[in-house]
Design a protein around this ligand. Sequence first.
Ligand code: NDP
Ligand code: MG
Length: 337
Amino acid sequence: MLRPLKIPHLSARCGSNFVSRMRYVNRLKVDDEALAAALENGHMLLFHRLSPLLQRTPQGSFRPPTLITTDVQSILEKLGSDRTLMKKSILLGCSEQNQVQFCLDVGELHQAAVEEECGGKFISLKKAFFLLTGPEAPLVAKGRALLRWHQTNSFCSATGEPTQRNPAGSQRVCNSSGIVYYPTMSPVVIVLVSDGKRCLLGRQSSFPQGMYSALAGFCDMGETVEETLSREVAEEVGLEVLNVSYSSSQHWPFPHSSFMMGFHASVSPTYTQVSVDHTELEDARWFSLEEITSALQVKAPLSRGKPAAGFWLPPKHAIANHLITEWTHRQRAQSTI
Ligand SMILES: NC(=O)C1=CN([C@@H]2O[C@H](COP(=O)(O)OP(=O)(O)OC[C@H]3O[C@@H](n4cnc5c(N)ncnc54)[C@H](OP(=O)(O)O)[C@@H]3O)[C@@H](O)[C@H]2O)C=CC1
Ligand SMILES: [Mg+2]
């Protein structure tokens, strides 16, 4: 069981636990002493070569095991690692229960030995994302994205010299040029197109068999999100969108680290003929409310070679699923007016 961390001084003055936590985490990025104290009693998400450690719960779901950093330190020492590995921990945030969260990649240790000591299995993120059903999915995604960013940004792109990370892992600096690097995300627009009665979903050949999703595309340099949205729908399915409304956003760890901005859009019911660009999509089709309602109940087939009957949708914590669910609620609300 994790011991809740006392956030010093701030609670009384700020009045809100949320404000206290945000200010505290912000301070940890620059106050190395406070960070070291937080690390003593933090909660650690472990990764092995970017695959998160997950544990099966008695109820059959999966979640990262609750590991306290001091326990992780003992395990690492037992497995022959020195204290420098722990210094590679990266600050993730602070939970509502005031537990400071870190992540660490132990890829230099023997995978099976860590699994045995900690309990659980390191599972590739693609698979883990279908197994995680609780609120931990975004935290695991963030951890993976930050670890990957550090692993791929260890040299300055201007000087070629090594970059140095700060203790919190929120930036890297080239001491030769003075350039400060911050973790980056690529902006992506995702849109659920509707003709008033049906919604349009597509699939790439790289998707798991049978999975359909909302249309998505990376923003080109200089574009607004509205321009990206209209261009992507035109390019991928040959349609022109009319009304656009913002829904929500999410960080997504694939292919590397994307910032997904989710929208609903409509097309005229008289111009719904889909013309799929097969260099981008394998298929795109209109689906009725009934089809979507039953697809939302289909469980993702996890093992290869066992395709689900019919089509199925991205997992609950994917913004595509959120947009599709939102659309079904709107359709039902409309039909009862
Ligand atoms: N969270 C969710 O619910 C969903 C998330 N997504 C995510 O949205 C992302 C974008 O969707 P997708 O349809 O693939 O995008 P696009 O339609 O833009 O097509 C992908 C292609 O765009 C090019 N591209 C341009 N900029 C980038 C960049 N910054 N990073 C990588 N490729 C780039 C690449 O082409 P080339 O290889 O020719 O250079 C790539 O193959 C995907 O990574 C996917 O994981 C998608 C659906 C649902
Ligand atoms: Mg696309």
